[in-house]
Design a binder for this molecule. Structure first.
Ligand code: SAM
Length: 328
């Protein structure tokens, strides 16, 4: 049974960042030179992360999503997946990835117990992909998607961050793929904040605008009520489509009342709420020798004290909030 917080919400979902490093430098996410790297010693070892997840599972956490940085940029991820998949109580194990390294690992990840992946894909055009990511090759992502499908990772959801003047002319191209290829596409409102390029605020294409464009070009959207791993996106279907469309409006999508998640950073800090700057340091007690029960007690306290909602003045950046929704 999931642990309930003080507001009666059942907390069953943990997002685990396994690294702060990434092999891409997307223009809207990172500066060209990358971000300051944390020393390796700050990053929790896989065994340390696994102990925290085991403790969380004992409190009713049953869904785990691996993210980063780029999770596949960390060596040994397949073995880590095997470790997590074997934890009693974890019945939904997923990953958010840019897909560029997935072709090499999809089969092994499935074999190790990964259930599904969300792949970040902002464009269907090779030259544009190279511009947006500063160093990636779109063909690697296609190979990753093919490998994920062949390996049985399902459903595969494709996350598109829509930015005016950069890739917004592809919104309906992605939507049509839900009809022709059965894709599950999630449109993400770009957050003009954080450490990426400053697009001067004009880059944001709101979810209502994205929806209106799709409906004008492809026909009416019908609500879909169920898709495995349903998160904060609202899901729809175009006429005759096997695939679905989801919409994540990071600024307007308030889901505090039904929030079921916690986030663990790669350096071992737990965030009960992404809209609140409070973090619980699990790394220090862990490295001082805390056992599973002690970590579990810390997690239970953190869950108990999960804020009812965000409060102005205490908020982390809107980017953090968006990341909590899309898995970054
Ligand atoms: N490397 C993995 C990946 O690419 O999916 C996981 C981490 S990445 C930070 C998670 C997601 O955040 C990606 O879909 C990325 O496009 C998105 N993202 C990063 N910065 C963003 C921003 N300013 N606005 C909206 N989405 C953003």
């Amino acid at each position: 049974m999931p642990h309930r917080d003080d507001f009666g919400r059942a907390i069953n979902y943990l997002r685990v960042s396994v690294t702060d490093r990434c092999n891409l430098r997307c223009v809207y996410c990172m500066p060209a030179e990358g971000i300051e790297k944390r020393p390796h010693s700050d990053i929790l070892r896989y065994e340390e992360l696994a102990l925290i997840i085991r403790a969380a599972a004992g409190l009713g956490i049953c869904k785990v999503r691996l993210t980063g940085g780029e999770p596949l940029a960390r060596l040994g991820l397949v073995d880590f997946v095997r470790l997590i998949a074997a934890i009693p109580g974890i019945d939904d194990l997923s990953m958010t990835t840019n897909g560029t390294l997935l072709a090499h690992h999809a089969a092994a990840l499935t074999g190790a117990g990964l259930h599904r992946v969300n792949i970040s894909l902002d464009t269907l055009r090779a030259d544009r992909f190279q511009y947006i990511t500063r160093r990636g090759r779109l063909d690697d992502v296609w190979a990753g998607i093919d490998a994920a499908r062949a390996a049985g990772l399902s459903p595969i959801k494709l996350n598109m961050v829509v930015i005016r003047g950069v890739n917004d002319d592809e919104v309906t191209d992605f939507a049509r793929r839900t009809q022709t290829d059965g894709w599950h596409v999630r449109y993400i409102e770009w957050m003009p904040v954080g450490i990426g390029l400053d697009w001067s605020g004009n880059g944001v294409v709101s979810i209502p605008e994205i929806r209106a464009r799709i409906e004008a070009d492809c026909g009416p959207l019908e609500p879909v009520h169920w898709l495995p791993g349903n998160g904060p996106a609202r899901y729809y279907r175009l006429p005759g489509a096997q695939g679905t469309l989801g919409f994540i409006g990071a600024l307007s999508n308030h889901f505090c009342a039904s929030c079921n998640r916690l986030r663990l950073t790669a350096d071992g800090h737990l965030r009960p709420c992404l809209m609140n700057a409070r973090e619980i340091d699990l790394s220090t007690p862990l490295r001082a020798g805390a056992d599973l029960e002690t970590i579990q007690a810390l997690l239970a306290t953190a869950i108990q004290s999960k804020p009812e909602g965000h409060r102005l003045g205490e908020q982390p950046s809107p980017r953090d909030r968006m990341m909590s929704q899309i898995g970054g």
